[in-house]
Design a protein around this ligand. Structure first.
Ligand code: C2O
Length: 542
């Protein structure tokens, strides 16, 4: 492969949406940020230069980072953040992946404005497993806050309550015509009749899974998280924060004067408040020259209702691997993680806005993960883990619950910086169960450094005797982000073939902030290609 070089200048830029101008953190002054295009097998070098007063760090979401863990990016996990005036070159090769991924800031809530697409084309001469589309377009969903998102999360963490919700969702950075003061701020996709367009869809919203539909058009889903899936047709897609999916849009055979809206709005089952507005973009057919233009008819799509879990379930079940996957059959390491919300004590002399005057929190196996002040990967690599992390993350929940019955009285989480240690090349099965404490909710769990197979999912309590009998070990979908169903569980399998420290967290940003996160530490193997190399010399220091 070749080497592709990019420079990301992290800088402030004034941006106006909804008649509201704010100075916000961007890459090269652009919102959404620049697109990275590469081919499978190419090396990507991104020099990130920090020109702002906040610390920054960039994550290449979904890139496996095989033996390049120093380039993964989550602050205080694989690296210390890049400080003001400093820079760091992220250096990685995309191996064995093609499709759409994305990059985003991975510190505090800066990813709300710092994100962009990663397009991974197949190796030269390797075709798609479908007819080459006429055109390919990224469609990125985001969330716009009139306020500074850093202030929003700081306030929430101080008061212990839920954060203020966003003011709009966006498609390619634009809220679209359904919002006040946004009529001109709509993304417009101009299409020709009878052509196939590939939409590279990315959900970069902070806190919401989104339904998406294009009026009077069906799409064909062909890829998820940069892995091909068995194609299927659908009128509506559902996509969680962190997920990406490629769909083929075949335009109508005859010219149309109508304007078709493409709309996205949330899927939400939790108890908290959320932004329930709708973002829209425009699909418009090219006018034939000389034709008289008729008055435009605007057609809107129909989207499922906000809490349509039946749709969510049947949609999730449609995803199957296209190519025969190598699903681990013999399992070396089994884990059962509860994921969900909880509470922690209110600091003295504070009034907290969580339930019964507590602070809202979130946990995995009752542990709310506390970020260290130095990076876990550095501590591990240099043998300085003492006082930074403990290797005893529990394999099952500390308190057992009946997840479907009355929620337990004890909603308290405990704090800790614990990791699971995995020997190199061992296999892992992980069942994640939504605790439903403080409301049943879908949690999109994202694993860094790996793709995993989604072998099973269901509702209610996971039954370790019966449920494995129904696991799909034949053609499960392979992803990096999967929704733990609202009031249910999901089972995944992966091979720990990538030495390093790998973050796993809910991609609803507020849940991450509350502690729904943990890390896996994969040890080196004995072979020459089974070790994490030493860090690059410009790796930031804390
Ligand atoms: Cu897309 Cu840890 O993140």
């Amino acid at each position: 492969g070749i080497t592709r070089r990019y420079t990301f200048n992290i800088m402030l830029q004034n941006v106006t949406r909804l008649c509201h101008t704010k100075s916000m953190v961007t890459v090269n002054g652009r919102f959404p940020g620049p697109k990275i295009i590469t081919r499978e097998g190419d090396r990507v070098l991104v020099k990130v230069v920090n020109h702002i007063s906040n610390n920054i760090s960039i994550h290449w979401h979904g890139v496996r980072q095989l033996r390049s863990g120093w380039a993964d990016g989550p602050a205080y996990i694989t690296q210390c953040p890049i400080q003001t005036g400093q820079s760091y070159v992220y250096n990685f090769t995309v191996i064995g992946q093609t499709g759409t991924l994305w990059w985003h800031a991975h510190i505090s809530w800066l990813r709300s404005t710092v994100f962009g697409p990663i397009v991974v084309l197949p190796k030269l001469g390797v075709p798609y497993p479908f007819k080459k589309p006429y055109k390919e377009v990224p469609i990125i969903f985001g969330e716009w806050f009139n306020a500074d998102p850093e202030t929003v999360i700081k306030q929430a963490l101080q008061t212990g309550g839920g954060p203020n919700v966003s003011d709009a969702y966006t498609i390619n950075g634009l809220p679209g015509p359904l919002y006040n003061c946004s009529h001109e701020d709509a993304y417009k996709l101009k299409v020709k009749q009878g052509k196939t367009y590939m939409l590279r869809i990315i959900n970069a919203a902070l806190n919401d899974e989104l339904f998406f539909s294009i009026a009077n058009h069906t799409v064909k889903v062909v890829e998820a998280d940069a892995v091909y899936v068995k194609p299927f047709d659908t009128d509506v897609i559902l996509i969680a924060p962190g997920q990406t999916t490629n769909v083929l849009l075949k335009t109508h055979g005859s010219h149309s004067n109508a304007t078709f809206l493409m709309e996205a709005r949330p899927y939400a089952t939790g108890l908290g408040t959320f932004d329930n507005t709708t973002t829209a973009a425009i699909l418009e057919y090219h006018q034939n020259r000389g034709k008289q233009q008729l008055p435009l008819l605007i057609i809107r799509p129909e989207l499922p209702s906000l809490n349509d879990t039946a749709f969510a379930t049947s949609f999730a079940n449609k995803f199957r691997s296209l190519n025969k996957p190598q699903v681990p059959i013999h399992i070396d390491n089994r884990f059962f993680f509860t994921v969900g919300l909880g509470t922690s004590p209110c600091p003295k002399n504070h009034t907290c806005q969580g339930p019964n005057g507590t602070k809202l929190a979130a946990s995995v196996n009752n542990i709310s993960f506390a970020l260290p002040t130095t990076a876990l990967l550095q501590a591990h690599f240099f043998g300085k883990s003492a006082g930074v992390y403990e290797p005893d993350f529990p394999t099952g929940p500390v308190h057992w619950f009946n997840y479907t019955g009355t929620p337990p009285n004890n909603t308290m989480v405990s704090n800790g910086t614990k990791v699971v240690v995995l020997p190199f090349n061992t296999t892992v099965e992980l069942v994640m169960q939504d605790t439903s404490i403080l409301g049943a909710e879908s949690h999109p769990l994202h694993l860094h450094g790996f793709n995993f197979y989604v072998v099973g999912q269901g509702f209610g309590n996971y039954d370790s005797m019966k449920d494995p009998l129904r696991f799909n070990l034949v053609d499960p979908v392979e992803r990096n982000t999967i929704g733990v169903p609202s009031g249910g569980w999901v089972a995944i399998r992966f091979i720990a073939d990538n030495p390093g420290v790998w973050f796993m967290h809910c991609h609803l940003e507020v849940h991450t902030s509350w502690g729904l996160r943990m890390a896996w530490l994969v040890l080196n193997g004995e072979g020459p290609n089974q070790k994490l190399p030493p860090p690059p010399s410009d790796l930031p220091k804390c």
